[in-house]
Design a protein around this ligand. Sequence first.
Ligand SMILES: [Zn+2]
Length: 389
Amino acid sequence: MPDLVAPHGGALKPLMLAGEPLAGARARAETLPTIRVSSREKGDLIMLGIGGFTPLDGFMTRADWQGVCDDFRTADGLFWPIPITLSVDVTAADSIGIGDDIALAGEDGDVLAVMKVSEKYSIDKAHECLSVFRTTDLDHPGVKMVMQQGDVNLAGAVQVLSDGGFKAKYGALFMTPLETRNEFERLGWSRVAAFQTRNPMHRSHEYLAKIAIEVCDGVLVHSLLGNVKAGDIPAEVRTRAIAALIEKYFRAGTVVQAGYPLDMRYAGPREALLHALFRQNYGCSHLIVGRDHAGVGKYYGPFDAHRIFDEIPPGSLETQPLKIDIAFWCYACGGMASGRTCPHSEEDQLQVSGTQLRKWLSEGSAVPPEFSRPEVLEILREHYEHPYS
Ligand SMILES: [Zn+2]
């Protein structure tokens, strides 16, 4: 049997402690100065813990930050598309010395990690935003996050002490890269496509996943479990709707459904590269990249996230994009089609915006069955009728 794709940089490197060392580190963390991290930083920490950000050993140095912004490389020459950094305000930074150990806690106060601080540095935030997001517009949610973060970055290796509660909340859905790799091997897969989603899956998403199944051994439907924009559908609802779709409309043994702990950054093309990089760690040889992947508003062209895979040096990533245009039901074709296959005009193509769907669901109006499966709509309707239950 051919092997799964190798992890980025060679071997999986989870930074989560277990057993005796974990108990010792937890006790020690109680005695250390504690820094509260943001939701984005928490997601990054948990990814470091489970090996999703292999082979990083912690938060990036200034040289790493500069290299990643300018050349997609850390100081060691490792391909990396988005800075993974930790920031604090000046007062907190002044209270911490180089070489100090500090505890990192989530917004709820739970200790997540211990870090040995190797460097304190400031950055040109606008430079990061222009490099990563291609804009400094504060209406861009990723830009806003960077511009509002603390003015000093702390670099250093981390030991992760917690999964951030994701396992308790999501159970079997929260799989580590080692767990997805074991599952793919059990299924006898080597060519695996990841389908990245922060939404429920409608017919168009089903179509993309099935295109991938036609040419690969199987698909990992991989839902973002961290934070999305206000108004988006919460992960526990989305993942239930996806499970209902897979159960009814996919052959057994062709799909693995799982989730990962990151927040969205909305960095479009650069985030598509990060999505491919960490999917390589999860054992996926391919990433489905649709139109305006990881985009927001009108900041990126519809195929910027396709093109960027051709702009990076060959060999930067083993995981390759499956580039697919926007998909929809076409009444003239009488079936699912895409921008590449359908010759008809927009009047024949059923394209529904998120805003339109929300309006239909919250008003109790009918949704065309060509847009979404009834089993999916039923779960979404329940959410819109009782959004706070
Ligand atoms: Zn058509």
